[in-house]
Design a protein around this ligand. Structure first.
Ligand SMILES: [Zn+2]
Length: 275
């Protein structure tokens, strides 16, 4: 599933391509991907709207339009937004085609069909399920060591589950929680309330550093992630634990293990990340 670095990578590529263009039409082949409004109203509202900028909140992409409407996109498992100036056939599993006033197209493709779109006035963004409750943006200035320390004290949960909770911090998924915890040398099953100040400091820096390094590498392509130009990321070459069961830990050589924590698969080093 695309996590914060992948969604941010898509945002950056689409910002370059789309800002300033106008939607001239949209074709929707799979109505269920549009949560609101109905496809007819969706088409009517988006036609002739100018794209002001692309922003991001957690794993949501926000295409801000003239007329103060926002096209909100969540890619979920396998959703892709791909900009193309070629006349060739659309990518496989294309469920919507947005036509642009420079003759190019923006494709929404999704093999698993869990991706979703909403077209709403800016003032109604908070009505979207899950959006209003999103936690702090980990790369924002509001996310400080102190803030993290205070939040951790209030939550009785295993650290892996807590980092995955979008109401705690927005944007982390299974890949980056494992990478962050290895970097911070914290066992995924540790209770958040038991972390020492030193561990919290390491956790804070690990969250910022891992996300930033991944964005610099244009995200992780473990299955099929591509950016807005259809290009894969490179961070999979830098993963230390995720997907590396039985392989040596790059820090100590011990074999990486995989264990279910709170129903989710966790990869960690039993030596660097002792309980
Ligand atoms: Zn190790």
């Amino acid at each position: 599933m695309p996590e914060l670095p992948e969604v941010e990578t898509v945002r950056r590529t689409l910002q370059q391509k789309l800002a300033g263009l106008k939607f001239t039409d949209v074709q929707i082949f799979l109505p269920k991907i549009v949560r609101t409004p109905d496809p007819g109203e969706f088409r009517k509202t988006i036609t002739d709207k100018k794209i002001i900028r692309i922003s991001r909140r957690g794993k949501y992409l926000l295409v801000c339009l003239s007329s103060s409407h926002t096209l909100v996109v969540h890619l979920r498992m396998t959703g892709r937004l791909i900009y193309s100036e070629s006349d060739g056939p659309p990518p496989k599993y294309t469920h919507a085609i947005f036509h642009l006033d420079n003759g190019a197209r923006l494709y929404f493709a999704d093999m698993r069909q869990f991706g979703q779109m909403w077209l709403v006035p800016v003032s109604s963004l908070d009505d979207l399920a899950g959006y209003k409750k999103l936690g702090v943006e980990p790369l924002d200035d509001l996310f400080t060591r102190d803030y993290l320390k205070k939040q951790l004290r209030r939550r009785h949960a295993r650290i892996k589950s807590l980092l995955l909770d979008q109401t705690f911090i927005a944007g982390l998924g299974n890949i980056y929680t494992d990478e962050v915890l290895h970097r911070a040398r914290i066992n995924p099953e540790r209770l958040a309330t038991t972390l020492t100040p030193r561990e919290i400091a390491r956790l804070y820096h690990a969250i910022r550093d891992v996300l930033q390094e991944s964005i610099e590498n244009r995200g992780t392509s473990v299955r099929d992630f591509v950016d807005g130009n259809g290009q894969a990321g490179k961070y999979q070459e830098h993963l230390r634990v995720y997907g590396r069961e039985g392989k040596p830990c790059p820090c100590c050589g011990e074999k990486i293990v995989r264990k279910k924590v709170g129903g989710r698969s966790s990869y960690f080093c039993p030596s660097c990340q002792k309980y």
